[in-house]
Design a protein around this ligand. Structure first.
Ligand SMILES: Nc1ncnc2c1ncn2[C@@H]1O[C@H](COP(=O)(O)OP(=O)(O)OP(=O)(O)O)[C@@H](O)[C@H]1O
Length: 317
């Protein structure tokens, strides 16, 4: 279990992590999400004793990381896959880590096989691709068979087979009762892997809940319905009011956000618009995440103009 209490990290004027309190429970996969620069890596580094908190504290399995007598057996982490001695082979890198904890060579071989590095185990790490480096980082995280596993962007650079493998690995580790804490910017992958989410924005926790609760929490504001109608423009005209937007995708196809299907049907009936499809769309984690973090993004990209978007209001609500 990981327990952070009022954990903070200040870099000059910048509060990289601003008094966060959370618990990462064993037996489930907890995803750690947040925009670029939100404070995920800094938090993970403090958990691993690599950065000193400016305030508060964090423990792993009841103690600060540095106070564990055999830390590799308590916590395994992949924080920066490039932080390896490039002239060593993968085998030697793992063997030297294992030697610090009296971990046998058989375990080194086991994690090499587990991570699919068997054919390159004796090659120099400096020549590894991004994905091979990630696999080595995961092998290193698992070498001590730890109770708690922390993976920062583990699927970064992995091929589809590797991405699927990390998903199954994370779930298996959690099902064995371990604490699994992982960050990723890949929302579709997180949706398939995590049971619970902690979302951070500008150094503060903005959500800490089961994944479905996070999605449902944004669901009302983002209720999206696909409508096929003979006169979509007229239907949109009848939807007048704040917070409702409509995107015309085809001449008779429109996606309406911010009002439910029944209300659209009522208005279409009232105004005699023929509707021949009315499909509530399932909210994705990505939609919920974008809504949740929209005010927390520091490094905002410019979006190209989407298909026609019309703001309208529903009368008489
Ligand atoms: N060593 C450092 N010195 C100064 N500022 C830092 C340092 N490390 C991180 N920061 C700043 O702290 C903030 C949080 O950074 P952090 O790397 O923890 O974010 P992140 O959520 O992991 O981002 P990303 O998704 O881009 O990896 C950022 O504004 C970053 O610029």
């Amino acid at each position: 279990m990981i327990e952070a209490q009022n954990l903070s990290k200040q870099y000059g004027e910048k509060a990289a992590v601003d008094s966060v309190t959370f618990t990462v429970q064993p037996g489930r996969v907890t995803g750690f999400l947040g925009p670029n620069g939100a404070g995920k890596s800094t938090t993970m580094r403090m958990i691993m004793g690599l950065d000193n908190p400016s305030g508060g504290h964090v423990t792993v399995n009841g103690q600060p990381y540095a106070q564990h007598r055999a830390p590799l057996r308590e916590v395994g982490a992949l924080l920066d896959a490039k932080a390896v001695h490039t002239k060593r082979s993968a085998y030697d890198h793992l063997r030297s880590m294992a030697a610090t904890h009296g971990i046998p060579a058989s375990r080194v071989k086991e994690v090499i096989e587990l991570t699919g590095l068997g054919s390159v185990a004796n090659k120099r790490v400096g020549g590894f691709s991004l994905g091979m480096g990630q696999r080595l980082g995961i092998a290193a995280a698992l070498i001590g068979d730890p109770h708690t596993v922390i993976l920062d962007e583990p699927v970064n650079g992995l091929d589809p087979e590797g991405v699927q493998w990390v998903r199954h690995l994370a779930k298996d580790l959690a099902s064995e009762g371990r604490t699994v804490f992982l960050s990723s910017h890949l929302m579709s992958e997180m949706a398939l892997t995590a049971d619970h989410l902690i979302v951070i924005g500008r150094g503060r926790i903005i959500a800490d809940a089961p994944i479905q609760t996070v999605i449902d929490g944004q669901g009302r504001a983002l209720a999206r319905v696909r409508v096929r109608a003979d006169r979509p423009q007229d239907l949109i005209g009848s939807l007048a009011g704040e917070g409702v937007t409509a995107q015309i995708l085809e001449p008779e196809l429109v996606e309406i956000t911010g009002v439910d299907a029944r209300r659209i049907a009522e208005i279409a009936l009232r105004d005699r618009v023929l509707v021949y499809e009315l499909t509530p769309l399932q909210l994705s984690l990505e939609d919920a995440y974008m809504q949740l973090t929209q005010d927390e993004v520091e490094y905002q990209s410019q979006n190209p103009e989407p298909v026609t978007t019309i703001s309208a209001t529903v009368e008489g609500r």
